[in-house]
Design a protein around this ligand. Structure first.
Ligand code: 5GP
Length: 177
């Protein structure tokens, strides 16, 4: 098992590149089946989900649209609690079949605060696809339709996820030692 350093902290391999990509392909196949003929709009939440969004999107076998938004609630290893939108939505969601792409759902607060803003625009349907879910950490229960991996309540980096800005380029997902 590889141990790496990001800033001052040590992390060990938790999910290999192969394991991640296999699961992303399964999620993409499930979404392609569920949304056949429906042309969904994916809304990927920056920055953490960019890699997951790219891999998920390119495995789709249906027509689909994609856009990105930016929310923020984390500083270092702790959720700051505040959720702000710094890149807004350009698309009008009325009547659309929307799928949110998240890297990780931890307490659920980020999406809990953000979903009403999307619902307000009256999409036809709204589902969430998250690569990682820390179900033990749930404080704001959410209906998560597509989950890659349910993981323990430990800080992770890699495959788009950072620790204070670093680690996003790692192909695997690493867990804090
Ligand atoms: P929540 O609002 O569900 O508590 O947290 C969601 C956001 O917190 C995620 O989109 C992500 O940015 C960040 N986050 C939560 N857990 C982790 C983690 O283990 N590692 C990293 N890098 N970010 C996390």
């Amino acid at each position: 098992m590889a141990v790496i350093k990001v800033h001052d902290k040590s992390f060990e391999t938790y999910l290999s590149e192969e394991t991640i990509l296999r699961r992303v392909k399964e999620l993409s196949a499930a979404i392609s089946k569920d949304y056949a003929g429906r042309r969904p709009l994916f809304i990927a939440i920056l920055n953490g989900s960019f890699m997951f969004a790219a891999d998920l999107f390119k495995q789709l076998t249906i027509e689909a649209e994609l856009c990105f938004i930016k929310l923020a609630s984390y500083r270092g290893m702790k959720s700051s609690g505040n959720v702000v939108t710094s890149i807004g939505l350009e698309d009008d969601l009325f009547g659309k079949e929307v799928i949110i792409i998240e890297d990780i759902v931890d307490t659920g607060k980020t999406l809990h605060n953000f979903l009403p803003k999307l619902q307000h625009q009256q999409p036809k349907t709204l589902r969430i696809a998250t690569l990682l879910h820390k179900s033990e950490a749930t404080e704001y229960p959410l209906d998560l339709h597509y989950i890659g991996f349910d993981i323990p309540n430990k800080f992770v980096v890699g495959y788009g996820l950072d620790y204070d800005g670093l680690g996003r380029n790692l192909k695997e997902i690493y867990q804090l030692v």
